[in-house]
Design a binder for this molecule. Structure first.
Ligand code: PAF
Length: 282
């Protein structure tokens, strides 16, 4: 088994990627904020299958947290993350500090309009600007052939696809299907915040979404189906629903009746923990 090398400076990352490219190795990039679970490791495994070299990044990006969201409390365990990445055969970990990514007088941001104004963007207006800026930087720093993102964050995936297309970044964006726990709950670093009782409630989300998808597939009008699903989520113990919407998965705009390519999107709170999920409809 290879030993995972860790670099913290962009110059060192560039030196290693130049060596990989000189050896004609294709490069897959797996950007993460750490607190790795099997969903992240599946991204790394997919990258291993498609590329000769795999680079993971670990950076808890302050620009995608609002002042009211607790950046300081975000789970961090670099040693455990590095060990997990090494086990799946990742070659290099880029783990910069904040000053390396955002040096003094950092003044540039990447804004993707339209796609970022619905769903999570409507309730977390700071979020996609932070994601778009850091992902653009990571792609330009590593210039990978392919970069891997989970479909659990489907809106994020579409935003990244759009920015890569619009800015002519020469990286193929690969979306990887959501990895789920035995009861269907999408794997997420945030699941660790749930108490055992909250974790039991969380299992209702994928179950209700799947049943809602089945109803939407019959061609039923979305509004009453979604209203009934929201009421079931509340009855199951969810405290607040940010959104439950049937959308066109390309434009991310709500649609009144399912038609291809339709996807169901949800974000809901149990206590202070916000869970998101999505399922393809047709
Ligand atoms: O999905 C995440 O973990 C983050 O949003 C990402 C893509 C690593 C950017 O910080």
């Amino acid at each position: 088994m290879s030993v995972l090398e860790i670099v913290r400076k962009v110059a060192d990352l560039r030196a290693r990627t130049a060596q990989f490219r000189a050896a004609h190795a294709t490069i897959g990039l797996v950007p993460t904020m750490g607190a790795l679970h099997d969903g992240h490791l599946t991204l790394a495994r997919s990258a291993k299958l498609d590329n000769v070299r795999v680079i993971a990044t670990l950076f808890v990006n302050p620009k995608q947290f609002s002042p009211t969201e607790d950046l300081a409390a975000y789970p961090r365990d670099e040693a455990a993350d590095a060990a997990a990445l090494e086990r799946v055969g990742v070659d290099l970990l880029f783990a910069p500090d904040v000053a390396e990514m955002y040096p003094e007088n950092f003044s540039t941001s990447v804004a993707v309009s339209g796609l970022t104004q619905t769903l999570c963007g409507a309730v977390r207006p700071h979020f996609f600007g932070g994601v778009a800026t850091v992902v653009t930087k990571l792609l330009l720093q590593a210039l990978p052939d392919r970069a891997y993102f989970g479909e659990k964050d489907f809106q994020q995936l579409q935003v990244i696809r759009r920015l890569v297309r619009d800015l002519n970044i020469p990286t193929a964006i690969v979306g990887v299907p959501t990895i789920r726990e035995a009861d269907g709950l999408a794997m997420s670093s945030r699941n660790a915040y749930l108490s055992p009782a909250q974790r039991r409630i969380a299992g209702a989300l994928p179950q209700i979404l799947q049943e809602t998808v089945a109803e939407l597939r019959t061609g039923a009008p979305a509004a009453p189906v979604l209203a009934a699903a929201k009421s079931r989520l509340h009855k199951s113990g969810f405290d607040r629903i940010d959104y439950l919407e049937l959308c066109d998965e390309q434009s991310l705009q709500p649609i009144p009746v399912a038609r291809p390519p339709a996807r169901l999107f949800a974000a809901a709170f149990i206590g202070k923990t916000r869970l998101i999920d999505n399922w393809p409809v047709i």
